[in-house]
Design a protein around this ligand. Sequence first.
Ligand SMILES: Cc1cc2nc3c(=O)[nH]c(=O)nc-3n(C[C@H](O)[C@H](O)[C@H](O)COP(=O)(O)O)c2cc1C
Length: 255
Amino acid sequence: MNLEVSEKCIACGACVRDCPTGALTVENGRAAVRKSDVCINCLHCVAVCPVGALAMNGVGAADCAVPQALPKPEEVKNLIRQRRSIRQFAAGDIPKAEIDDLLSVLAAAPTGCNAQTNGFLVIDSKEKMVALKTALVALLKEKFASLPEFLRGPVIACTKNPEADPFFRHAPHLLVVHAKEGAVTPTEDCVAACAYFDILMQGCGYGTTWCGFLKMIVDAVPEAIDLLGLPRGTAFYAMMFGRPDVVYPRVPPRV
Ligand SMILES: Cc1cc2nc3c(=O)[nH]c(=O)nc-3n(C[C@H](O)[C@H](O)[C@H](O)COP(=O)(O)O)c2cc1C
């Protein structure tokens, strides 16, 4: 933890009050470190300082963006109510630069103890999605005798019709959020990031669907994760995404 306090500090204590771990204090008329080993580098101190006097671990006011207007409360509520799992995707891959821009936003999703250990693995083309599905189905066929019933049906469907895609719904892309070394809440971080991705993408006009199937497959056949190039036992969750090819003219209630 490296706290720099400029002469602008007015000793108001805003940073002390907002620090979630009690790392700061006010001493001799200036913000100061109280307990350095508890800092989780969340930068709340930098964010909250009314005069921009603090730099934590090299990040100061000059490195921060200015808060922008947020969607109106009714718009946020409508997004949550109106988002739908999209299982019909328009043809065409989303360009890499567009995906990278969205992932740079997703990096702002919160993580337990601010560990920031989420990795974002993207299957970046329909061609690679088809290859992944084909490899998964081949592996599941090998393991058929030991598969749970809910996986056998889709495998049979894919055997009868190689074009079928019950796992990925013909999506052109898949995001796999995976926890890296050092995660404090690995599973929760991955699921939380997927939830943020769902809302981010749908708010920006893309289509998403949670890919619980991939998790169920890896739970049943742990070596399936090899196909993603991730170490066995890695915590992850996944979402299909692409451009939607379906419109919903109404919003049914949850019943
Ligand atoms: C954790 C989770 C896993 C899911 N896994 C799948 C999946 O593997 N395939 C799929 O088509 N839909 C999947 N869904 C989507 C749900 O079926 C869907 O959210 C639900 O039917 C409600 O529909 P809506 O999302 O359009 O409101 C999943 C949803 C969640 C939250």
